[in-house]
Design a protein around this ligand. Structure first.
Ligand SMILES: [Zn+2]
Length: 348
């Protein structure tokens, strides 16, 4: 039978996080939906044109007139794909900010109600100017990327590098998709957290850091940490000693691109005697995640092994079987399977 605090954590890591993801997805789709495929098409068309004019993908650029034609075609394609992009991204983010902050308020209120047993008054979401400024900066970001891409379209450069040089401009232009996605996702998360913070302030509570079960070794080091609402979480924490001390103190997640960590209200008065409190459950789950190596493929196995070794060294406070599992992995130098089991006995 899961405890009250365990249920709140599941609610935040599950449905609450999915609701945020839905706003992120919608925003990203409105801003850059289909753009990646368009860049692929532009690359393919460039290859086709190169072969048509010069004979093969490996062939050198022929005379100046033909090379000029290739460069003009690439420039046209890039300009076409950037047309209206900055404006679309800005509009998409502007539209998302209020719903995102409102979502944070309602999620924050729901958590407060579950933890205190009392209905929580909902403040209308407050949006910091900094977030609106991010939206306003997106056209500039897109324009900067476009110019940087076009600057690669120099005849001498492309003549020296061949088709690879011609494609480099499209590759650099395409970088705008990743940059916009990262900024949109980060800013939507910040808006949600702003709404949650508003609820925490309202309740006069402190804030606790909530990580996903397969979060990185840095975020797992923050799981269950409680600080005052207006204070920062300390910088530089990491289960992997090799990555410690490289970051500044931070007011709220996201801690890095693609970070799905959240904050929630916490007050020690809400703890139920004899039952692990929300911060304790989170810290224990984080230790278990380190011991099991649960993580995304984007993280290195070596980092997870260093983290597991550190956990064992500092006292894992976990069941013997879990500690043995971690020790075996450290001895073997790798975790065989790092996927967090969504259901079943391993999920506990
Ligand atoms: Zn995180």
């Amino acid at each position: 039978m899961p405890s009250r605090d365990g249920n709140v954590i599941r609610l935040i890591q599950g449905p609450h996080t999915e609701a945020v993801q839905a706003i992120e997805d919608e925003t990203i789709d409105a801003a850059v939906g289909g753009l990646d495929a368009e860049f692929t098409k532009a690359s393919q068309e460039t290859v086709t044109l190169w072969v048509q004019l010069f004979g093969s993908p490996r062939a050198n650029a022929g005379d100046d007139r033909l090379l000029t034609r290739v460069l003009a075609a690439i420039r046209e394609a890039i300009d076409r794909l950037f047309k209206g992009l900055g404006f679309r991204a800005r509009t998409a983010l502007e539209r998302a900010l209020k719903p995102a902050a409102a979502l944070g308020v309602s999620q924050g209120a729901q958590v407060l109600t579950l933890l205190t047993g009392r209905p929580a008054p909902r403040r209308s979401p407050h949006l910091p100017w900094a977030l609106r400024r991010v939206a306003n900066s997106l056209p500039g970001l897109a324009e900067e990327q476009r110019r940087s891409a076009l600057s690669l379209l120099k005849p001498a450069l492309v003549r020296r590098l061949g088709l690879t040089g011609a494609l480099a401009a499209i590759g650099r232009a395409r970088g705008v998709v990743g940059r916009l996605k990262a900024t949109l996702s980060q800013t939507v998360n910040e808006a949600v957290n702003e709404g949650i913070a508003e609820q925490i302030r309202q309740a006069g509570a402190r804030k606790v850091w909530i990580s996903e079960r397969d979060a990185c070794t840095a975020c797992l080091a923050y799981a269950g940490l409680v600080v005052d609402e207006n204070a920062d979480f300390p910088g530089g924490l990491n289960w992997d000693p090799g990555q410690r001390g490289r970051t500044d103190p931070i007011a709220t997640p996201p801690r890095h691109p693609h970070c799905r960590c959240r904050i929630a209200a916490w007050d020690d008065d809400w703890a139920v005697p004899g039952i692990p409190s929300m911060p304790e459950v989170l810290q224990r789950e984080a230790r278990r995640s380190v011991a099991r190596g649960w993580s995304l493929p984007s993280e290195s196995n070596a980092a997870r092994i260093r983290a597991a070794r550190e956990l064992i060294r500092t006292g894992p406070r976990l069941p013997k079987s879990v500690v043995e599992f971690a020790s075996d992995a450290v001895r073997a130098g790798r975790f065989e399977n790092r996927t967090f089991p969504a259901t079943g006995p391993g999920a506990g």
